[in-house]
Write a protein that binds this ligand. Structure first.
Ligand code: GSH
Length: 205
């Protein structure tokens, strides 16, 4: 069985749990408390020297880390990763974009706002706000003419972007001004075998 090292509120971990569930690949969820330093222990660093969740250990004992690379690996040969080069390029593009132009603004703001020491991060949250607004506008414009991010069908690009966008309000980003993003969020949530972020922990050890 797959073993997923993850943290309860992590969208990066949720991406992997969601795809595993949609592919019908059973997994065990191992809660890894990032606030208590569980990603910095010698045992964890032996799994991921970068000291971050998610880490996925395959049934063959391969150790995988970096959420979007894990998505691509699991999706190979499935309907969640298009074969046509142009559509595949779109998937790669949105996965890289998510990590550089979306997650550092929207996910980090959410993390800091809910941190036990949130007051310490107010300045950083304010600094990241324009980048988050820019990301949401770009997504909304892209989705005005399309149902999904890459090609015509739901793919790992949608999974990667859904993870933190559907919780953007928890980072102070109200989605009212982004109707196409809202409609897309509903389409993603209606996919077969959807799993909510809260539900991922039901597979815990
Ligand atoms: N680029 C990485 C980011 C992973 C990441 O930032 N993980 C956070 C939780 S979402 C973490 O483990 N933080 C703990 C730490 O840095 O010690 C990925 O997509 O997997």
């Amino acid at each position: 069985m797959y073993q997923l090292y993850d943290y309860i509120t992590s969208g990066n971990g949720y991406k992997v749990a969601l795809l595993l569930h949609q592919l019908n690949l059973p997994f065990r969820y191992h809660e890894t408390d990032i606030l208590a330093g569980a990603t910095q222990t010698p045992d964890f660093l032996a799994l991921n020297p970068n000291g971050k969740i998610p880490v996925l250990v395959t049934p063959e004992k391969a150790v995988l880390w970096e959420s979007n690379a894990i998505l691509l690996h699991l999706a190979e040969g499935t309907a969640y990763l298009p074969v046509a080069p142009a559509a595949r390029f779109e998937v790669y593009r949105w996965l890289f974009w998510e990590q550089y132009s979306h997650e550092p603004y929207i996910a980090t703001s959410r993390f800091w706002l809910h941190h036990p020491d949130a007051a310490r991060f107010q300045e950083k949250i304010a600094e990241r706000r324009p980048g988050g607004l820019k990301a949401l506008k770009l997504m909304d414009d892209h989705l005005a003419a399309r149902a999904y991010f890459a090609g015509d069908t739901y793919s790992v690009a949608d999974i990667a972007l859904y993870a933190y966008t559907h919780k953007a309000d928890e980072g102070g980003f109200v989605l009212d001004d982004y109707p196409h993003v809202q409609a897309w969020l509903a389409r993603v949530a209606n996919q077969p075998r959807h799993l909510t972020i809260e539900e991922k922990t039901k597979f815990r050890d």
